[in-house]
Design a protein around this ligand. Structure first.
Ligand SMILES: [Zn+2]
Length: 67
Protein backbone atom coordinates (compact mmCIF):
# COMPACT_ATOMS: atom_id res chain seq x y z
CA UNK A 1 0.00 0.00 0.00
CA UNK A 2 1.35 3.38 -0.91
CA UNK A 3 1.44 6.26 1.50
CA UNK A 4 -0.28 9.60 1.05
CA UNK A 5 2.82 11.34 -0.25
CA UNK A 6 3.23 8.78 -2.99
CA UNK A 7 -0.43 8.97 -3.86
CA UNK A 8 -0.45 12.75 -4.18
CA UNK A 9 2.62 12.39 -6.38
CA UNK A 10 0.77 9.96 -8.63
CA UNK A 11 -2.22 12.31 -8.67
CA UNK A 12 0.04 15.12 -9.87
CA UNK A 13 1.70 12.87 -12.41
CA UNK A 14 -1.73 11.94 -13.74
CA UNK A 15 -2.06 15.49 -15.01
CA UNK A 16 1.23 15.25 -16.88
CA UNK A 17 1.23 11.77 -18.33
CA UNK A 18 -0.96 8.67 -18.64
CA UNK A 19 -0.71 6.47 -15.58
CA UNK A 20 0.14 2.81 -15.71
CA UNK A 21 -2.54 0.33 -14.74
CA UNK A 22 -0.76 -0.29 -11.46
CA UNK A 23 -0.57 3.39 -10.65
CA UNK A 24 -4.23 3.90 -11.46
CA UNK A 25 -5.13 0.99 -9.24
CA UNK A 26 -3.03 2.35 -6.36
CA UNK A 27 -4.46 5.82 -6.79
CA UNK A 28 -8.08 4.76 -6.95
CA UNK A 29 -7.95 2.24 -4.14
CA UNK A 30 -6.21 4.81 -1.97
CA UNK A 31 -8.53 7.73 -2.63
CA UNK A 32 -11.52 5.52 -1.92
CA UNK A 33 -10.25 5.17 1.64
CA UNK A 34 -8.37 8.39 2.20
CA UNK A 35 -10.29 11.63 2.42
CA UNK A 36 -7.22 13.84 2.23
CA UNK A 37 -5.91 12.34 -0.99
CA UNK A 38 -9.38 12.28 -2.49
CA UNK A 39 -9.67 16.02 -1.91
CA UNK A 40 -6.20 16.52 -3.35
CA UNK A 41 -6.98 14.42 -6.40
CA UNK A 42 -10.23 16.30 -6.99
CA UNK A 43 -8.35 19.56 -6.81
CA UNK A 44 -5.68 18.53 -9.27
CA UNK A 45 -8.39 17.22 -11.53
CA UNK A 46 -10.34 20.46 -11.44
CA UNK A 47 -7.17 22.47 -11.95
CA UNK A 48 -6.09 20.39 -14.90
CA UNK A 49 -9.52 20.65 -16.50
CA UNK A 50 -9.39 24.38 -16.06
CA UNK A 51 -5.96 24.51 -17.64
CA UNK A 52 -7.10 22.36 -20.55
CA UNK A 53 -10.15 24.53 -21.07
CA UNK A 54 -7.98 27.61 -21.06
CA UNK A 55 -5.57 26.09 -23.55
CA UNK A 56 -8.45 25.01 -25.73
CA UNK A 57 -9.89 28.51 -25.75
CA UNK A 58 -6.49 29.93 -26.62
CA UNK A 59 -5.76 27.40 -29.34
CA UNK A 60 -9.15 27.20 -30.96
CA UNK A 61 -10.64 30.61 -30.63
CA UNK A 62 -11.86 30.50 -34.21
CA UNK A 63 -13.41 27.08 -33.97
CA UNK A 64 -16.71 26.28 -32.34
CA UNK A 65 -18.13 22.93 -31.30
CA UNK A 66 -16.04 19.89 -32.05
CA UNK A 67 -14.79 17.39 -29.50
ZN1 LIG B 1 -3.93 9.43 1.49
Amino acid sequence: MKNCQQITQIASDAQERPLSTGEKFQLHTHIMMCKGCRAFYKNTDVLSKMMKTLKKVEGQENQKGGE
